[in-house]
Design a binder for this molecule. Structure first.
Ligand code: SF4
Length: 377
């Protein structure tokens, strides 16, 4: 009689085999340039698929965050931004933390669960406005707190975290180190990605992002943004259409095509069903009156209500003087028109729960037991 030869530790080998198969299935496959420039039926099908993936992961819920812009001082000099230090025509401001605290504690819209505190790269504003504001909010509200404050020293990151912020937004802007240097983006791409990794390694949740349709952006560079995003320890990402900003050296460059931005958003959603992807107000600059809602139809699951006091927000010159401000009324109308609802859970709680239940998978090569990039694309 033949006896069956058993592998020692059979279960171990089966588990290893299953893990290896899942790992191979989920290897990152960069999108093709053709995919990123899809039009017509192919584009519609991709956007619908991205929306479906979002709905199956998040239901009809959309996170609602407020943003307050606390300073338009910036020590950097990005060629694509009106707040660059060489723009001498800009009235520079630092907001009063007491005014913002009062606004956020007593007068914020009911739908808001999180706040993002944003500024040019201005360590003075971090110390004098952001830190006391975060401490006050932590004391008086249960708002989740995100910050978008640029590259800082490690000590300041630690103080922000200690004060109660949990999510850092640091866009890598573009995946080509050469183009990054040419456009005088902050520091170097290498330094920026090092800071992203440092923040993630020290317990922050991380969101990043890039600009689609920059002047002279090659197809290779565009595709490279996805490879870099896949390599970084991110929880969310945004795509900004290139807008030729007022009072910048690129002010006469052509506006990028919104379809490219939306296609990038759809691909990112298919790549990572678990990421938080915002519909950003610049979509309405690229496609007036329509862009924002198209973002919600293309896999976005986060909206942002601008609560910066009206007397200062005109000088927060990321793109145009004539800003398209996403007020509470506009945001809620856009969500309702798309059949979506404001999420009652904050982003901060969502991330916390993900970490607690062990589903936080953001390491390169990690097994993501969801639709894989290659399957979805
Ligand atoms: S993009 Fe950011 S870092 Fe660059 S100039 Fe504008 S505010 Fe400063």
């Amino acid at each position: 009689m033949m006896t069956r030869k058993r592998f020692p530790n059979n279960c171990f080998y089966l588990r290893w085999l299953r893990s290896a198969l899942l790992w191979f299935m989920n290897q990152f496959v960069p999108p093709t340039a053709e995919l990123l420039h899809s039009t017509g039926e192919a584009q519609t099908a991709m956007h619908e698929r991205a929306a479906q993936v979002t709905r199956s992961r998040f239901g009809q819920n959309v996170f609602v965050r407020a943003v307050v812009e606390i300073s338009n001082f910036c020590r950097e000099n990005c060629l694509y931004c009106g707040m660059r230090r060489s723009n001498r025509g800009l009235n520079r401001f630092r907001a009063k933390q007491e005014q913002l605290a009062d606004l956020l504690i007593h007068h914020r819209p009911q739908s808001v669960t999180d706040v993002n505190i944003q500024a040019g790269e201005d360590p003075v504003a971090v110390r004098e406005v952001a830190l006391p504001l975060i401490r006050t909010l932590r004391q008086h509200t249960d708002l989740g707190i995100s910050v978008c404050l640029g590259i800082l020293d490690h000590g300041l990151y630690a103080q922000l975290k200690e004060a109660g912020a949990t999510l850092y937004i640091m866009k890598f802007e573009m995946g080509s180190a050469e183009h990054y240097a040419e456009l005088h983006a902050p520091g170097t791409l290498e330094k920026r990605t090092e800071h992203i990794k440092h923040l993630a390694a020290t317990g922050w949740n991380l969101s990043s992002g890039f600009i689609a349709g920059l002047p002279d952006q090659t197809e290779e560079e565009l595709v490279g943004n996805f490879s870099l995003a896949a390599d970084l320890p991110l929880d969310g990402i945004s795509v900004s259409p290139f807008i030729s900003g007022d009072e910048t050296p690129l002010s006469s460059a052509p506006l990028s095509d919104i379809n490219l931005t939306l296609n990038c958003m759809a691909v990112l959603r298919l790549m990572r069903p678990d990421w938080i992807i915002p519909s950003i107000s610049a979509l309405n600059l690229a496609d007036p009156g329509n862009g924002y809602r198209r973002g919600l139809r293309t896999g976005a699951n986060l909206v942002t209500i601008n609560l910066t006091p009206s007397e200062i927000r005109g000088d927060y010159l990321l793109y145009k003087r004539d800003r398209f401000i996403m007020t509470e009324e506009r945001i809620l109308a856009a969500i309702a028109a798309e059949g979506l609802i404001p999420f009652s859970q904050s982003l901060a709680d969502f991330y916390r729960a993900k970490k607690l239940n062990g589903k936080h998978v953001d390491q390169p090569g990690a097994i993501v037991e969801t639709e894989s990039c290659s399957e979805s694309l």
